[in-house]
Write a protein that binds this ligand. Sequence first.
Ligand SMILES: [Cu+2]
Length: 152
Amino acid sequence: MSRRLTTAALAALLLSGAAQAAQPLIIDVHRDANCGCCKDWITYLENNGFEVRDHVERNMNTVKQDLGVKPRLASCHTGVIDGKFVEGHVPVAQILELRKRPDLLGIAVPGMPAGSPGMEYGDVKHPYQVIGITRTGRERVIANYPLEQAAH
Ligand SMILES: [Cu+2]
């Protein structure tokens, strides 16, 4: 009897351990059917260990409005992770940071800057910022790309 309990407890432990180790980060991505760079961003996320739930939308404006993405911060696709929005071609590093920031409602890379993930054109790297939107409606610069090299 006690032996059976121990086996069950051990199995439960192993299962939870395995689930934890293999658990990918799940992100919902809303996009227009004909958006090629949106698909490239999705591929980029998948290559970085995310599980993407792809949602093809008829009206992206409504989606953005509902999630609280201001028009001037808008890009093409809109991701949602942990109930927070990820607008546009945001790099993975800032998505991971967003998950640790309870003060933020979402983050955005406005427009579609060349050189951002999913917007690669050879060596072209236009400067862009990742903007965080706080729960009180303020905007904060989360990162500047291309990332500046640390001085040695
Ligand atoms: Cu795009």
